[in-house]
Design a protein around this ligand. Structure first.
Ligand code: RIB
Length: 290
């Protein structure tokens, strides 16, 4: 790497993710790493921790190290960083976020379709009084899932209702906290189903239901997550989830990045959007589910 840097070239890529502890981003990183290695590139990863300052420091670090390209799942708009990096010869591709075609390439998943799919499944299973456990609505992926969920509610023509509970983090502990809030509700106020913005929240909700109050999932409350991380299948009640092709996102992002690095003048920005998939498991299809 030192020789490459000295020569003014560096077959090294950078990856910045908002939460390295989330198995979804670990899978994105794995897909990126495999593709980078196959193209004889190294990959360095930074965790922004959903903190814009930390994300900016990684952009600066990768620029100082004359990294050839950066794959980033951005927290907010990174237009300025992308243009600054490109002016220094470092290309950028957004992953898990659709980019403006005039700025850079991106590879993402249609989260509006994913949210709609989750709610439509619950409605089809006979659930009607649903809570969306959101995480921070400032996160574009979460906001898109809620938009899709609301589309399904509108299409149900009053047949179903949706309440929203936001949390600070998209993790198991915050999911468990919301699950405990639902357990504490008078039974008449409890939902008959929960859609969680990601699987970590869903696992936390499930823990609160099963360990604190023996609320039966799915007989009393159905549960859908999002990402379909490996743990969704092995949860104490196997979790219905909306699958994102996480490893493919990483692989495709690196492919696009290397294309632009190796032919910047001939490159045309592309926005690739994959479709999510509903994976139905016991958490919405129990013996007496609707
Ligand atoms: O970053 C929050 C969520 O958005 C992750 O769980 C994953 O679903 C991503 O798309």
């Amino acid at each position: 790497m030192a020789r490459q840097l000295k020569a003014g070239t560096s077959k090294t890529l950078g990856l910045i993710v908002p939460d390295a502890s989330n198995p979804f981003f670990a899978e994105v990183a794995r897909g990126s790493e495999i593709e980078a290695q196959e193209a004889d590139y190294s990959l360095l990863m930074g965790n922004s921790g959903q903190d814009v300052e930390r994300e900016s420091k990684y952009f600066n670090l990768f620029q100082e190290q004359r990294i050839s390209g950066v794959l980033v799942s951005p927290i907010e708009d990174v237009r300025e960083e992308v243009e600054s990096m490109r002016s220094q010869g470092t290309q950028t591709v957004l992953v898990d976020r659709k980019a403006d075609p005039s700025i850079c390439c991106s590879v993402s998943v249609d989260d509006i379709a994913g949210g709609r799919m989750a709610l439509q499944h619950l409605i089809d299973q006979g659930y009607r009084n649903i809570i969306f456990v959101a995480g921070p609505l400032e996160i574009q992926q979460v906001a898109d899932r809620l938009s899709g969920a609301r589309e399904a509610i509108r299409q149900s023509r009053g047949g179903a209702q949706l309440r929203v509970i936001t949390t600070k983090n998209l993790d198991v502990l915050d999911g468990r906290e919301v699950g405990s809030q639902i357990v504490a509700m008078p039974p008449i106020e409890r939902p008959d189903a929960v859609f969680a913005a990601n699987d970590l929240l869903a696992v936390g909700v499930l823990q609160a239901f099963v360990f604190n109050a023996s609320i039966k999932v799915p007989e009393e409350i159905g549960l859908v997550g999002y990402d379909d991380i490996a743990f969704a299948e092995s949860a104490i009640v196997p979790l219905t989830s909306i699958k994102q092709p996480a490893r493919l996102l990483g692989k495709t992002g690196v492919e696009m990045l290397i294309e632009e690095i190796e032919d910047p003048s001939g490159h045309r920005h592309r926005q690739i959007t994959f479709q999510p998939a509903l994976v139905v498991r016991e958490s919405t299809t129990g013996p007496s589910a609707r």
